[in-house]
Design a protein around this ligand. Structure first.
Ligand SMILES: [Zn+2]
Length: 211
């Protein structure tokens, strides 16, 4: 099986831009979780003005500004819960938008054993983020863990926090794992975060059966 052979030539990633194609998925996910009125309030607090169905290319740190706005409005714990739920919704919306391009409905992908499906799915996620935005994402597999490492994470861009704060990607990964292999349970945790001075944001996916 060679899923990559069916991929189209990717568009050039734009520097320091969070592109509308992915931003639109994120904003409609936020709107679904928060409701239209609260979403509009959060956008205003973040200094961003657009309708959820007309999302332009955004500055790279726009996701971080929205997170910061949510924290200012709702406090840290609730804001992180909102981001987690938004990440889950965003994955489902992203799946509908990207499934055909990435070959996820390809029979060869669907029939992979669960562990290989997870690894392959995370490789495809990294590919998508690298090619459709200016993020720098790589996957490292070590023993029973898979690490997704993002050196340019837009979720905490220019933020300073005392603990890892990028819950939206955690939620997206959780939903992706549940979709890829519902029979198995995985934990997802952000173990390093640029907002607390680490060189990258690192998300660890670990099989519970290996714990
Ligand atoms: Zn981050």
């Amino acid at each position: 099986m060679d899923i990559a052979a069916s991929w189209p030539v990717p568009p050039q990633a734009l520097p320091d831009i969070y592109p509308a194609k992915i931003g639109g998925l994120m904003m409609s996910a936020y709107e679904e979780v928060l409701g239209g009125q609260k979403f509009a309030l959060a956008l205003h607090q973040a200094g961003l003005e657009f309708a959820a169905n007309k999302v332009p290319d955004l500055p790279f740190g726009a996701p971080a500004r929205i997170y910061q706005a949510l924290e200012e409005i709702y406090g840290e714990q609730t804001a992180r819960g909102i981001c987690l739920r938004t990440g889950r919704v965003m994955f489902r919306r992203g799946l509908r938008a990207f499934s055909g391009i990435l070959g996820l409905s390809h029979r060869g992908f669907r029939l992979l054993p669960p562990a290989q499906k997870v690894l392959r799915g995370m490789d495809l996620l990294a590919w998508t983020l690298n090619h459709y935005s200016d993020q720098r994402v790589r996957i490292e597999k070590c023993e029973q863990e898979i690490l997704l490492i993002n050196e340019r994470c837009p979720h905490c861009w220019e933020l300073e926090k005392s603990s890892p704060c990028c819950q939206l990607p955690v939620g997206a990964l959780q939903e992706g794992l549940a979709w890829a292999c519902s029979a198995r349970q995985y934990t997802v945790e952000e173990i390093t975060c640029r907002a607390k001075g680490d060189p990258s944001c690192t998300f660890r996916v670990k099989s519970k059966s290996s714990a």
